[in-house]
Design a protein around this ligand. Structure first.
Ligand code: ASP
Ligand code: MG
Length: 412
């Protein structure tokens, strides 16, 4: 039997009624002849609640117990989904991560999946079971402890199962009906994409589009898992949603496929840093150790042996970053004059594989922002994306103007 993976996010299993609706979707695929692996998230809001319990009980919690607690939301929905399917006379049972087993590293709270031996579940399919309902987000460490994969991790569970079982497709059911050219709440002209390439989706996910966990897209790209993102709230056809696929499967696409943003960014500059070999390592090593996710980095041309170093990070990591940098100054490892923190910036990015072969994309982006009177504070580029930092108050305007300028409302 061909295997299909269907993943239901928190809003799609938020109530018993919604679980029923999701189970019906599963029933439709079973009727088509698939053996189905269903991956479930916890009911919407449940994981946040559990995280809250943990930090209230123990601010500097033991990550192993954090995982024991926060993984439990998925156990509830997995069991309820299996029961709902059984009530519909669909042969189904639930599996917690350790039962499969989903073998992970022991990096608690952000474990990586190492292997998913398919034998146990395949044996049940052979016995006539039609649906394996698996609790997403969780696994088991080599030490035999429960692990979790990081917030949003059940997307990654779903893709990993699709790869391990050679599934025909991995359908991600969520509360939006696909991937859009940008956030429709900001630019009402945003258009749903029929297809998007893995690499573009990877950029969009890591640049702030929250539909898929970044790691799930990485995995899908590596194992060429066809991913479909679609709504669990609408009647679905086989062409519904957005297909995330190999770029060869996309005949025509716009030069720019989407505009992504991330609202809560901060820009920090060390002025007049003594420029010497090893200075970047001396600054960014301790920042990494402090758990600061540095994003953009700019080092200016130095003059008289001194330079300015600018980097960006999420606003909620500014305090940690400041502490690490002050410690550097105190230890004398890095000699600089002043530290400037601007925590009112946002990042706006344009993404598209067409940028590889088209000139003029950057100049069009810059001219568009100029025409709106928006000052660019930092620029970074890669082969298929261009990101700028702007004042947060211009975020919406920048997204709308870029969406208009690249005519993303029109399909190629
Ligand atoms: N329930 C977990 C979370 O909220 C995992 C997931 O839903 O993907 O992060
Ligand atoms: Mg999610």
């Amino acid at each position: 039997m061909p295997i299909l993976v269907m993943k239901f996010g928190g809003t799609s299993v938020a109530t018993l009624d919604r679980i029923k609706r999701a189970a019906k979707r599963v029933g439709v695929e079973v009727a088509k002849g698939y053996d189905v692996i269903v991956i479930v998230s916890a009911m919407a809001g449940e994981t946040n609640k559990l995280v809250g319990y943990v930090s209230e009980t123990s601010p500097l919690f033991d990550a192993r117990e954090y995982d024991a607690v926060v993984s439990s939301g998925e156990n509830v929905t997995a069991g309820l989904m299996a029961l709902t399917l059984q009530e519909m006379d669909v042969p189904a049972r639930s599996w917690q991560g350790w039962q499969v087993p989903v073998q992970t590293t022991s990096a608690h709270a952000s474990a990586r999946i190492e292997d998913i031996p398919p034998a146990n579940i395949l044996a049940k399919f052979d016995e006539g079971m039609k649906v394996a309902v698996v609790a997403g987000f969780q696994g088991v460490s080599p030490e035999g402890r429960i692990t979790t994969l990081g917030r949003g991790g059940s997307d990654t569970t779903a893709v990993a199962f699709a790869a391990a079982f050679g599934a025909e497709r991995c359908d991600i059911y969520t509360d939006v009906d696909g991937i859009y050219t940008t956030d429709p709440r900001i630019a009402p002209k945003a258009r749903k994409l029929e297809k998007i390439a893995f690499e573009e989706m990877l950029e969009l996910a890591s640049l702030g589009a929250k539909v898929l966990q970044t790691r799930s897209v990485e995995l899908a790209m590596r194992y060429k898992v066809k991913l479909r993102v679609l709504s669990s709230f609408e009647e679905q056809s086989d062409e519904a949603g957005t297909l995330v696929c190999d770029e060869e499967e996309i005949m025509e696409s716009n030069v720019v496929s989407g505009v992504a943003y991330s609202r809560d960014e901060a820009k920090m500059t060390l002025f007049s840093v003594a420029d010497r070999p090893g200075i970047a390592a001396a600054i960014f090593g301790p920042l990494a150790e402090a758990g600061v996710n540095v994003d953009m980095i700019i080092q200016n041309i130095s003059e008289d042996g001194r330079t300015d170093m600018t980097f960006s990070c999420p606003t909620d990591q500014v305090a940690r970053a400041e502490k690490a940098i002050e410690a550097l100054k105190d230890s004398g490892d890095v000699n600089f004059a002043t530290l400037d923190v601007d925590d009112s910036v946002a990042k706006v990015s344009i993404v598209g594989i067409g940028m590889r072969s088209h000139a003029g994309v950057a100049s069009k982006m810059f001219a568009t922002l100029r025409d709106e009177g928006i000052n660019i504070k930092v620029i970074t580029t890669s082969e298929i994306k261009l990101s700028v930092l702007v004042d947060r108050k211009y975020l919406e305007l920048a997204v709308q103007a870029l969406h208009d300028a690249f005519e993303l409302e029109k399909a190629a």
